[in-house]
Design a protein around this ligand. Structure first.
Ligand SMILES: *[C@@H]1O[C@H](CO)[C@@H](O)[C@H](O)[C@H]1NC(C)=O
Ligand SMILES: *[C@@H]1O[C@H](CO)[C@@H](O)[C@H](O)[C@H]1NC(C)=O
Ligand SMILES: *[C@@H]1O[C@H](CO)[C@@H](O)[C@H](O)[C@H]1NC(C)=O
Ligand SMILES: *[C@@H]1O[C@H](CO)[C@@H](O)[C@H](O)[C@H]1NC(C)=O
Length: 469
């Protein structure tokens, strides 16, 4: 694969994190992540990652570009650099296509502790809008209604948590981070590179999952891109029963592959090294059921949502001095990172697992990139609002060197550049949360677009229906 340069998008590569000696970029790629000793070695801490944010935003790690669970970095004009092939003048070129994928912004948790939460969650500072109207300006224009969550004392069923949130729901910090995210994208891809138009038009295209989280994020982020745009925009969604993101369509091979990969000796090792931790948390928080004990998904989600929205780690409801410590939380986060790397990079069935979970969506991206390569694209800028469970397999298909849990607002920018290179007119660059992605194929900072398509194509199933069984 030809390489014209080794430029990176961030200019911060030399800035080491002051205490631990990892550069901001290195915090994305823990060298020993594929080893269960990574989980049990407490001196690793968070591997330089950030897991705390105030209730309000916008937040951004320091130094900018560090892995930040609460708000992953994104391309910003302060750090953005042109591909070296262009900045060094090896070729002339301009950006002609941007496919931008992002996880939703920060939110309240999916998973409420079975023993109950010792702290209430407050969402009165954010308005999740939901209203329907006619498709013409002369038709019915609705009142902008928003969801107001409340509890009625006569309801005998208690949710195990007090407050004014739904679980999950976007938080005010998530809205504020999203707005900043959009403003920064505008300054790079609108103002600097001239790709994003001044107004949305028929060469811009937006999509989300069926989830209110991704829809709420779209409104905030795109308001940052176009602060003065008046009017509504279509946010494309597939029928949720067949959606190709967020595990929409049903496919029994997804669960059978998952149970196979959760029966290997590597998987069991990771449970063995965390036995004491899981047992301590289980009895402290009433979380002894298999859904809390069999993976680190629920503990991670619960702790991340608290820490990323200005709350403390939880305590036992029956003993308020029996609390989750930061050291326990860090081990939970390391175990979560190990699981994500295992699901999407190192498990023995990884190709099939990516194909069944995400292959159709990867195929849609490949088709749009192919249209650009063929000079037939009808789009310049697509922005798709999805979930960690979509970002992870796409990064796996790209061959990321090591995969930590794709955090809040983690993003992948597929840039396509049209050049005057006679042998390869179109080049691609893939940025993951602002950094040129490091993969088993090399750093994806400048490669012929056809080569990028070749990297992704093996993950696009020829016949998903028969593969799903
Ligand atoms: C990950 O670790 C397992 C078990 O030690 C090993 O078999 C596998 O080759 C490793 N994979 C990678 C990509 O390093
Ligand atoms: C634990 O991690 C530290 C820091 O990365 C490393 O120096 C040390 O060798 C590790 N210890 C073990 C037992 O793996
Ligand atoms: C919620 O608040 C009510 C009223 O203050 C209180 O009785 C109840 O214990 C609280 N529930 C939780 C799970 O904290
Ligand atoms: C409450 O938790 C603390 C901290 O774990 C412990 O030291 C104490 O003995 C516990 N109290 C009771 C009554 O169990």
């Amino acid at each position: 694969m030809s390489r014209l340069g080794f430029g990176i998008a961030f200019g911060l590569a030399g800035l080491a994190s002051p205490v631990l000696g990892w550069t901001a970029e290195e915090t994305f790629y823990p060298a020993t992540l594929n080893d269960t000793a990574y989980i049990s070695n407490s001196s690793i801490g968070t591997y330089g990652g950030i897991y705390q944010a105030a209730t309000t935003g916008p937040t951004g790690g320091s130094p900018y570009g560090t892995y930040d669970y609460c708000s992953m970095p994104h391309p910003r004009v302060q750090e953005y650099e042109l591909p070296e092939a262009l900045s060094k003048g090896h070729v002339l070129g301009k950006l002609v296509y941007l496919e931008y994928l992002q996880r939703h912004q920060r939110r309240s948790p999916y998973n409420i502790l079975p023993g109950g939460e010792n702290e209430a969650y407050d969402c009165d500072n954010v308005r999740p809008y939901l209203y329907a109207g006619a498709d013409t300006s002369s038709g019915i224009q609705p009142i902008p209604m928003y969801a107001q969550t409340y509890q009625d004392p006569t309801n005998p069923f208690t949710p195990g948590v007090n407050g004014s949130c739904q679980y999950p729901q976007i938080t005010i910090g998530g809205v504020q981070d999203g707005f900043q995210h959009g403003k920064d994208l505008w300054s790079v891809y609108g103002e600097k590179l001239g790709l994003i138009p001044k107004q949305p038009n028929d060469r811009t295209w937006f999509r989300s999952s069926e989830s209110a989280l991704t829809q709420g994020s779209a409104g905030a982020v795109l308001r940052g891109v176009w602060p003065f745009y008046q009017g509504a925009l279509p946010l494309h969604q597939m029928v949720s029963s067949v959606d190709t993101v967020n595990e929409g369509y049903s496919c029994s091979a997804i669960s059978s592959t998952l149970s196979a990969l959760e029966s290997t000796s590597e998987w069991n090792d990771h449970l063995a090294v965390t036995e004491e931790l899981r047992s301590t948390l289980g009895s402290m928080l009433g979380a002894t059921s298999s859904s809390w004990q069999d993976t680190f998904d629920h503990f991670s989600d619960n702790f991340q949502a608290r820490l990323c929205n200005g709350y403390e780690l939880p305590c036992s409801l029956t003993n308020s001095s029996n609390c989750v410590t930061m050291e326990m939380a860090e081990e939970v986060f390391r175990a979560g990172d190990w699981e994500w790397n295992y699901y999407w990079r190192t498990n023995p069935d990884v190709v099939k697992y990516i194909q069944v979970v995400e292959g159709l969506f990867i195929g849609e991206i490949v088709a749009r990139l192919q249209a650009v390569l063929d000079g037939k694209s009808s789009l310049d800028y697509t922005h798709i609002f999805i979930h960690d469970g979509d970002i992870g397999p796409v990064l796996g298909a790209l061959g990321i060197d090591a995969l930590r849990w794709p955090a809040m607002a983690s993003n992948i920018a597929f840039e396509v550049w049209e050049t005057n290179d006679q042998s390869n007119r179109y080049y691609a660059r893939v940025l993951y949360s602002g950094w040129a992605l490091k993969t088993i194929h090399g750093t994806l900072d400048w490669l012929p677009l056809a080569d990028l398509i070749d990297i992704m194509s093996p993950y696009v199933p020829e016949d998903i229906v028969s593969l799903c069984g």
